[in-house]
Design a protein. Structure first.
Length: 666
C-alpha cells in the first residue's frame, strides 16, 4: 500500500519533535514502521539508536513483526517495547534487578489481603476490593500524587493511605517492585544520577511513541527527560480516542504538547481506510461536540453503503432478540461470526444476551472477563434466604443474611455449624423485642416457601427490606448503590420464567458451567465466535458488523459521569465503539428497563441531528404539531413556530430526539 501525502510527510520528518494526529483506521502502525525504516535507510540513524514505545506487549510484538516484514525479514537492533519493559532494562543495568524482583500479580493480591486483615474493612467481595485497591495504588504512583493529599475511592481515605504506606514499605523490605515502581524508580534514578540519564539519552537518539493519548504524567516526564537534548520525539495518537482516565491517562498532555515543544511539527492523518462513509460521518457528528480536542475532519475512502441503523426497543428482551436475529441473518449471508461484535458500556450488561446466544447455539468469544451475576455477593445473599426457606440450617447461610437487614442478632448466638431456630429463639427469651424480630424472620422465610423465584426475590427486596438495607450499606461504604440495585433487577428478571426454585437453580448451574467452558475454550484454542466486549476493550480492534447496545442515558454516558471532563471521556468511548465498524453499525437503545423509563443517549441524538446543521430558518416536521420553522436554537432547547397552530413552542431537543418527534425537512 502506498503512503498518502500526510503519511509520507510524517514518515520523512527529519529532526526535532513531531506530533502525528492519527484518526481511526488511518494507518498509524504503517506510518511508525515506515518511519523507522526511513530513519535507518535515508537519515543514516543506527538501528540501535531507535526506541519505539507502546502501551502493551502485544502492540510491541506486532510492531516489531511488521517492521521485520517491511525490511524483508532482516532483523535489526531497534528497541520495541512497553514503557515498563524499557525502564525495567534501565533498572537492571543500574541495580542488577532480575525478573525475580518483579512481584507477581497473585503475590500483590496476597500482600493486600494480609495488610487488610488487621484493618477496619469488611468487604463482601474481598477479591474485588483487593483489585480496586491495587488499581488505585497504581493510579497514585502513575499520577505522581502525594498520598497525604490523595482522596480515595475504593475505601475510606485514611484506610487507603494506611494500606498504601504498608504496601510500599513491605515491597521495599522484600526488594520487590511492581510495574509502576519500574517507572517511579527510573524517575528517581534519572533525577539523582545525571550521568546515567546522559548514557541512556545517548543510546536512544530517536524516540517514537504509539497511542500517545493514553500516556500518564510519570511516563511523560520520563520520556521528556530521555528525549533531551535533541528532542527527536515522534508521537502518534488520537486525542479523540483517549479513554483510560481511570488508569491515569491524561489527554491534556497531548493537547498541550505544542506548548511543551514550541518547534513541534504537526501532521493530521485524516483519511479513514476502515469504515464506510456513513459510519465516519456519524462518528464525526458525535465527537465534534467535545470541547477539549484538536479540530479535525476525517474523510472516508470507502463510499457510503448503508446508513447507521438506530433503533429503539421496548425492553432488553426485544433488544436481545433483534441482535440474535441480525447475527443469524448476517451469518446466513456468509459473514463469519468472528467478523461481528456486540459492544457494551460495562461488562455487567452482557448476561441476558449471553443466555440467548447459548440458547441459539451462536458461538461467542468474550474480550473481557464477563462477571457471573450468580456469583456476586448480593446474589449469594438472596440465595441464602431461599436456601433457608428450603430447609437449610447451615450456619454459613444464617450468617450471611440474619442481619441483612439488621435484626441485631449476635454472631455468637450462631456458634454451631447447624442452626436450630427454636434454640436461637430461646436464647432471646428475656428480650421480647428480639423475639418479635425473629418471629418476623420466621414468618418471612415461611412466605418464601410458597412463592415462585421471581415473586420470592421481589418479597426479599421489598417485603423483607433488602433493597433498603443495600442502599444504606452502599452509602456507608462509598459504593455505587445504583449498580447494586440494578444487579438485583437483573437477578429478579432472570428468575421470571421459572416456576420452581429447582428449575431456576438448574438454569444457574447450566449458565455457570457454560461460562466456565467458554473461558476454557478461549484459553485453549482460537474460537470463531461473535466478539462480546466492553467499549474499553474494543479499542484497537475492527469488525465488519458492530452492534452497540443499551445506548441510553445513565448507561452511556454512565451515571457516574458528572463533570464535563467525564462526559467528554464517555463521548470518546462512544466514538471509539462506533469506529470499530467497517461496513454496518447498529445502535440500539431502550424505552424501559425493568419497569423504569429509559432515555436515549445524548450521543445517539448527536448522530440523528447534527446540532451545527440545525439553524434558525430551517423547516421541520413535528409528530404532534406538524410543520414549522426553527426560530432559535440553544444547547438544550429549540424554539419552533408551527404553521398550523400559529404559535411558537420551546421544546427540549433531547426529548424530541429520544422520542423521534422531530425531523428536519430537506
Amino acid at each position: 500500500m502506498e503512503l498518502n501525502k500526510s503519511q509520507l510527510q510524517a514518515v520523512c520528518h527529519d529532526k526535532g519533535p513531531m506530533m502525528v494526529l492519527a484518526g481511526p483506521g488511518s494507518g498509524k502502525t504503517m506510518v511508525i514502521t515506515h518511519r523507522v525504516k526511513w530513519l535507518i535507510e535515508h537519515a543514516g540513524v543506527h538501528p540501535a539508536g531507535i526506541l519505539v514505545v507502546t502501551f502493551t506487549k502485544a502492540a510491541a510484538d506486532e510492531m516489531r513483526q511488521r517492521f521485520v516484514s517491511l525490511m524483508d525479514g532482516r532483523t535489526m537492533p531497534v528497541s520495541f517495547g512497553t514503557f515498563h519493559a524499557i525502564f525495567f532494562s534501565v533498572l537492571k543495568h543500574a541495580y542488577n534487578y532480575t525478573a525475580s524482583n518483579i512481584i507477581r500479580e497473585e503475590q500483590k493480591q496476597q500482600l493486600i489481603r494480609e495488610i487488610i486483615e488487621d484493618m477496619p474493612v469488611e468487604p463482601d467481595n474481598v477479591s474485588e476490593f483487593v483489585n480496586d485497591v491495587l488499581s488505585e495504588i497504581g493510579l497514585v504512583k502513575g499520577s505522581m500524587m502525594d498520598i497525604e493529599h490523595y482522596y480515595a475511592t475504593s475505601c475510606a481515605t485514611s484506610v487507603f493511605r494506611d494500606i498504601y504506606k504498608q504496601y510500599v514499605q513491605r515491597m521495599e523490605n522484600s526488594r520487590l517492585i511492581d510495574f509502576e515502581d519500574m517507572l517511579v524508580y527510573t524517575w528517581e534514578l534519572f533525577t539523582q544520577r545525571k550521568d546515567i540519564l546522559a548514557a541512556w539519552q545517548h543510546k536512544f537518539q530517536y524516540i517514537l511513541i504509539d497511542e500517545f493519548q493514553d500516556i500518564n504524567l510519570l511516563q511523560y516526564k520520563l520520556i521528556r527527560m530521555l528525549a533531551l537534548p535533541q528532542n527527536n520525539i515522534f508521537i502518534v495518537g488520537d486525542d479523540d480516542q483517549s479513554i483510560y482516565g481511570f488508569r491515569g491517562a491524561r489527554p491534556e498532555i497531548m493537547l498541550n504538547f505544542e506548548k511543551d515543544f514550541s518547534d513541534v511539527k504537526k501532521v493530521f492523518l485524516s483519511v479513514n481506510y476502515r469504515s464506510q462513509a456513513a459510519i465516519v460521518r456519524g462518528a464525526g457528528c458525535v465527537i465534534k461536540n467535545n470541547k477539549q480536542r484538536f479540530d479535525k475532519q476525517i474523510q472516508a475512502v470507502r463510499p457510503e453503503e448503508e446508513p447507521v441503523d438506530i433503533r429503539v426497543f421496548k425492553g432488553p428482551a426485544d433488544e436481545n432478540a433483534a441482535v440474535i436475529r441480525e447475527i443469524r441473518d448476517y451469518h446466513d449471508q456468509g459473514i463469519p461470526y468472528h467478523a461481528m461484535a456486540v459492544l457494551f458500556r460495562t461488562n455487567t450488561q452482557a448476561r441476558m444476551l449471553l443466555e440467548k446466544m447459548m440458547e441459539y447455539n451462536i458461538p461467542f468469544k468474550m474480550q473481557d472477563a464477563m462477571p457471573n451475576i450468580y456469583q456476586h455477593w448480593v446474589t449469594q445473599d438472596i440465595m441464602a434466604y431461599i436456601q433457608i426457606a428450603l430447609g437449610s440450617t447451615a450456619r454459613s447461610h444464617y450468617l450471611r443474611i440474619i442481619n441483612r437487614p439488621n435484626r441485631y442478632v449476635s454472631r455468637q448466638m450462631l456458634g454451631e455449624r447447624q442452626v436450630a431456630f427454636d434454640v436461637l429463639l430461646e436464647q432471646y427469651k428475656d428480650k421480647p423485642w428480639m423475639q418479635e424480630r425473629l418471629s418476623k424472620f420466621a414468618y418471612d422465610v415461611h412466605m418464601l416457601t410458597q412463592m415462585q423465584p421471581f415473586a420470592a426475590i421481589n418479597y426479599i427486596r421489598h417485603g423483607i427490606g433488602y433493597d433498603e438495607f443495600l442502599e444504606k450499606y452502599a452509602e456507608e461504604r462509598k459504593m455505587d448503590g445504583q449498580e447494586l440495585i440494578e444487579l438485583l433487577d437483573e437477578l429478579q428478571d432472570s428468575a421470571r420464567n421459572y416456576a420452581t426454585y429447582e428449575e431456576w437453580f438448574g438454569h444457574i448451574e447450566e449458565y455457570t458451567e457454560q461460562l466456565r467452558k467458554q473461558a476454557r475454550k478461549q484459553r485453549e484454542e482460537k474460537t470463531d465466535g461473535v466478539a462480546l466486549a466492553t467499549m474499553h476493550h474494543s479499542k484497537g480492534l475492527e469488525y465488519q458488523i458492530v452492534f452497540i447496545v443499551d445506548a441510553n442515558e445513565t448507561v452511556t454516558p454512565h451515571h457516574k459521569a458528572l463533570l464535563d471532563a467525564d462526559i467528554e471521556e464517555e463521548r470518546r468511548m462512544f466514538y471509539v465503539a462506533m469506529t470499530r465498524a467497517k461496513s454496518r453499525l447498529h445502535i440500539f437503545f431502550l424505552k424501559e428497563r425493568y419497569g423504569r423509563p429509559m432515555v436515549m443517549s445524548r450521543f445517539v441524538g448527536e448522530i440523528l441531528v447534527d446540532r451545527d446543521a440545525v439553524k434558525p430558518g430551517m423547516r421541520v416536521q413535528h409528530q404532534t404539531y406538524g410543520a414549522g420553522v426553527i426560530k432559535e436554537v440553544t444547547d438544550k432547547a429549540i424554539v419552533i413556530r408551527f404553521d398550523k397552530i400559529r404559535q411558537e413552542k420551546k421544546l427540549d431537543i433531547q426529548f424530541c430526539l429520544a422520542n423521534q418527534l422531530l425531523k428536519i425537512q430537506s
